[in-house]
Design a protein around this ligand. Structure first.
Ligand SMILES: Nc1ncnc2c1ncn2[C@@H]1O[C@H](COP(=O)(O)OP(=O)(O)OP(=O)(O)O)[C@@H](O)[C@H]1O
Ligand SMILES: [Mg+2]
Length: 243
């Protein structure tokens, strides 16, 4: 296992967002975390990244990293594409990408920038334009490119397809497959259950902060009961659950 999470808990005051979740991402694989609004998916990713206080164990490449600050986790090879993209619209495309390389001190940064531009021609054309001129789909690509500039071994992706047109959703999932084929391990949070189950090898279903199912995605995709009980059906729109 590249990433191992054991008994992870996240609370915000009286609200328990994640309660005792355990999961793993095998080296070179894609795992997906599914769950309705408020299930605790973002809290889980933020805790793995070290961006929110949590209890429990996080191991990465065999090392216990639970007490490491986020910057050290980035340097070790974990990067995150946050929910809602969070690019800086007043900075240029290139400045946004270079922000992703902040923990690095090597000489490959310019070469990696060129690789990102090869992967995303839309970004190459607008490299000196402010982030604000990008469409939603292009902003998502920029957020992914920025995370890749950290040269991660593991990429945490928080709902990368949210709010995108069907065309861009397809592009994002193609990109996920391509990055994985190049050796990147991915933990993918999605509400697009159908595409996530098609793309990932292993899946975890969260409900009210707890993991209610963990299996290979073929098994999860076959369990209609589960899909209807916790996800409102594989094709249905997400429903809102309070804590
Ligand atoms: N900063 C915060 N302070 C207090 N409560 C929070 C905070 N962030 C999240 N929560 C609560 O924690 C629970 C889990 O939220 P989280 O954002 O992790 O869920 P999610 O599965 O990512 O939801 P969504 O699908 O809407 O992104 C929710 O009940 C939410 O209201
Ligand atoms: Mg979320």
């Amino acid at each position: 296992m590249l990433l191992e999470v054991a008994n992870l808990c996240v609370s915000y005051g009286a609200v328990t967002a994640v309660s005792g979740v355990s999961l793993g991402v095998r080296e070179g694989s894609i795992a997906t975390v599914l769950g309705a609004n408020g299930a605790g998916k973002s809290s889980l990713l933020r805790a793995i990244m070290g961006l929110t206080p949590a209890t429990g164990e996080v191991r990465f490449a065999g090392e216990a990293i639970s007490r490491w600050p986020a910057a050290r986790r980035v340097a070790a090879g974990i990067a995150m594409v946050p929910e809602g993209r969070r690019i800086l619209v007043s900075l240029t495309v290139e400045e946004n990408l270079l922000m992703g390389a902040y923990p690095r001190h090597d000489r490959q940064i310019a070469a990696d920038l060129d690789n990102i531009y090869d992967l995303f021609p839309n970004l190459a054309r607008r490299r000196h334009a402010p982030g604000s001129v990008l469409s939603g789909g292009e902003q998502q690509m920029l957020a992914i490119g920025r995370a890749m500039m950290a040269r991660p071994k593991l990429l945490l992706m928080d709902e990368p397809s949210l709010g995108l047109s069907p065309l861009f959703v397809r592009e994002v999932f193609q990109l996920i497959r391509r990055m994985n084929a190049d050796g990147l391990s991915i933990l993918l949070v999605e509400q697009n259950t159908r595409l996530a189950l098609q793309t990932a090898a292993d899946g975890y279903v969260l409900r009210l902060g707890a993991c209610v199912a963990a299996a290979d995605t073929a098994t999860l995709a076959r369990s209609d009961d589960l899909m209807h009980a916790y996800l409102g059906g594989a094709h249905a729109a997400p429903t809102v659950h309070g804590p």
